[in-house]
Structures are given as structure tokens and as C-alpha cells.
Design a protein around this ligand. Structure first.
Ligand SMILES: NC(=O)c1ccc[n+]([C@@H]2O[C@H](COP(=O)([O-])OP(=O)(O)OC[C@H]3O[C@@H](n4cnc5c(N)ncnc54)[C@H](OP(=O)(O)O)[C@@H]3O)[C@@H](O)[C@H]2O)c1
Length: 321
């Protein structure tokens, strides 16, 4: 049976959108020099790559930091390094963000904080060449890129509404475009199709982007902004769980054309701190350049259908958002 999403999205696709993305790849991110002194940044996946450099950038600007990482040993090293280098408070919550119970525990710990969360950066991510299931039975891209931010945000919604402050940023990827025809709501866990690493990754990021639109709409009256960004093509530990061929290809090809993740950190800092973005919400940035999303990632009806389907899936696991 032909995919009904082809006829839905095909007329909306524009070459100019792809050309803009190519043009944006050459634009250097804007920088923000404003301090983050005594303000709080929460960053997931800050033990390496984009997350680590972002934590470092925020610490250098005086921010207090809470990292949410799965590895306590690595977290302790980063905590010690950054707090000693910049004399600021750096703490961490240990949580495997592919596991529902850990997502909930991390969300509850943050919700109990008395101080506002000035920047919440959902960065933790993976790139898996082979399909992997989490201990809750979810496909891992779906769990880590989409469910973890969703569950944490849901637990923090009341706090954000009460504090009437904060910027939530999803570290997305231009690779969301590989989910060309959007999400298959009847097969979110890739049980009925052959899994492809790049499409699985793209689908996790499309789901995340769809959730961004609904959260931005919900929090808009409270002055809390919700945006997403592509952090550039940068040299990180991404794909470290994949096989020898992938690692060889990454080391010898991808990394040769990639920039330093300090670039991503500058962009994330700008998006979190620049006063000119205090009201900008529901937007996708290529680093710091605003970019129109491709049709499947800006489909509000699909976002609402995904929200309802997700509520069903979570209910089966005893979780209500
Ligand atoms: N690198 C790029 O060119 C690129 C391009 C587009 C988008 N991105 C996005 O950038 C983000 C950061 O990735 P990266 O490239 O910096 O890769 P990375 O160096 O591998 O960093 C990923 C971070 O996520 C953490 N993480 C992975 N699984 C986790 C889990 N189950 N629970 C908690 N933390 C977990 C990792 O922790 P461990 O240290 O414990 O593994 C690490 O801290 C991702 O969302 C990725 O999709 C990257």
C-alpha cells in the first residue's frame, strides 16, 4: 500500500528549503557575551561532545550547572574539572535517559528545585546503526531523543509556569530530514519495517521537533521559550556504540569534515542567553540561524496525533503525563 504521507508532504516540499540549509551550514554562529552569573543551566548528556563543551561554556560565563548523565564516574570528572576551573557550582544527577523510571526521577528532582531553571538543554543523544530496545521495550532513538525530554518537560511544566522564566532547547539535527515522510504512528518502534540507522535517528528527532511545537504553544503565555537547534557537524563521540566499519568511516571521513563542538556550545549559549531571543519560541535554528522546518517536522496535526499515541504507550507502562 502506498504511504499516504507521500501525498500529504510531497506538495509541501520546496527545494529552497534545502538550499537554505546548505547556505546556513556556512554561517558562523552568533555569539553572546552576556554573563550567566548565578543563573542555572541544566544540560543532559554533558560527559562528552556537544554537552560537555556546552557545560564548559556556561561554567566559563558564571552559570551554576546541573548535568544529567548516565555515567557517575565521567560526571564526577567533569564536575571536578569545571568547578575547579571556573569556581562555579557544578552538580549532576545520574540517570539513564533511555529508561522511563530514570527520566521520571530526574524530572522530579529538577521540579523540586527552588531556584528557576534559566536554561534547560536536552542534548543527550545516540546514533545507532542497529535497532536497539530499551529496558522498557522502546526503540532507543524514540526513548532517548523524544521520550526523555517529553517526560522531563512534563514534570517541569508546573515549575516553568510558576517561575515564568526559562528557555528550553532541544539539540536536534538536520538529519531529521532523513525521516522524509515523517513518522509512522503505526510503527513507532520499528517492528514492521527494516530499521535503518539514519532513518531511526531522523524519526527520533522528528518526534522531538513535533513535541517542541506543542510545548512552545503551552508555555508561550508564561514567557518560557522552547526552541530546537542543529549543533553543526562536529567531532564528538557520537556513534561510539556502532561497529568497526562505522567507527573507521567516522574517524577517517566524517571527523575530517567536522568542526569542533565548541562551535555548538557557542550557539547553544547564544540561544540561551541572548536578550534578543527572549520571546522567540517554537523555532528551529541551524546553529543560530532561524530555519524553516521541512514539512513532516512542522505538521501540527501529526504532533497532536503523536502526543495521543504516546499517552497510550506510556499508559501501558503505568505512566501518565
Ligand atoms: N556530532 C554531531 O555532528 C551532531 C550533529 C547533529 C546533532 N547532534 C546531536 O548532538 C547531541 C549530542 O551528541 P554528540 O555528538 O555530542 O555525541 P556524544 O559525544 O556521544 O555525546 C552524547 C552524550 O549523550 C549521553 N547519553 C547517551 N545515551 C544516554 C542515556 N541513555 N542517558 C543519559 N545520557 C546519555 C552520552 O553519555 P555517555 O558519555 O555516558 O555515553 C554523552 O554525554 C545529540 O543529541 C546528537 O543527536 C550531533
Amino acid at each position: 500500500m502506498p504511504n499516504p504521507m507521500i501525498s500529504r508532504y510531497w506538495p509541501q516540499y520546496k527545494w529552497s528549503n534545502v538550499l537554505s540549509m546548505i547556505k546556513n551550514m556556512k554561517v558562523q554562529p552568533k555569539r553572546c557575551e552576556a554573563s550567566f552569573q548565578n543563573r542555572l543551566a541544566v544540560i543532559t548528556g554533558a560527559t562528552s561532545g556537544v554537552g560537555y563543551h556546552t557545560a564548559r561554556k556556561f561554567a566559563s560565563m558564571g552559570a551554576r550547572i546541573i548535568m544529567i548523565n548516565r555515567n557517575a564516574e565521567k560526571s564526577e570528572l567533569v564536575r571536578k574539572e569545571l568547578s575547579e576551573a571556573f569556581g562555579t557550582s557544578v552538580e549532576y544527577i545520574t540517570a539513564d535517559l533511555s529508561v522511563l523510571a530514570d527520566m521520571q526521577r530526574a524530572g522530579r528532582e529538577l521540579a523540586a528545585l527552588e531556584r528557576p531553571i534559566d536554561a534547560l538543554i536536552h542534548n543527550a543523544g545516540i546514533h545507532l546503526a542497529k535497532r536497539r530496545l530499551t529496558s522498557d521495550g522502546f526503540e532507543e532513538n524514540f526513548a532517548l531523543h523524544y521520550l526523555a525530554p517529553l517526560v522531563i518537560n512534563a514534570l517541569l511544566t508546573e515549575k516553568f509556569k510558576h517561575d515564568k522564566a526559562g528557555r528550553i532547547i532541544f539539540v536536534s539535527s538536520e538529519a531529521y530530514r532523513f525521516a522524509v515522510w515523517g513518522l509512522r504512528l503505526d510503527d513507532l518502534q520499528w517492528e514492521r519495517r527494516r530499521y535503518s540507522g539514519i532513518k531511526g535517528y531522523g524519526s527520533g528527532k522528528v518526534a522531538q521537533l513535533l513535541s517542541m511545537h506543542l510545548l512552545a504553544r503551552d508555555l508561550e503565555p508564561y514567557g518560557v521559550t522552547v526552541n530546537a537547534m542543529h549543533p553543526g557537524m562536529v567531532r564528538t563521540d557520537s556513534g561510539k556504540d556502532n561497529g568497526k566499519f562505522y567507527k573507521w568511516y567516522k574517524r577517517n571521513v566524517i571527523d575530517k569534515y567536522s568542526a569542533s563542538p565548541e562551535l555548538s556550545a557557542e550557539a547553544l549559549y547564544y540561544l540561551s542567553a541572548a536578550s534578543e531571543l527572549s520571546r522567540t519560541s517554537g523555532v528551529f535554528f541551524h546553529l543560530t540561524t532561524e530555519e524553516e522546518l521541512a514539512p513532516p517536522a512542522r505538521d501540527i496535526a501529526a504532533a497532536e496525533a503523536l502526543r495521543d499515541k504516546t499517552a497510550e504507550l506510556l499508559k501501558e507502562k503505568g505512566v501518565t503525563l
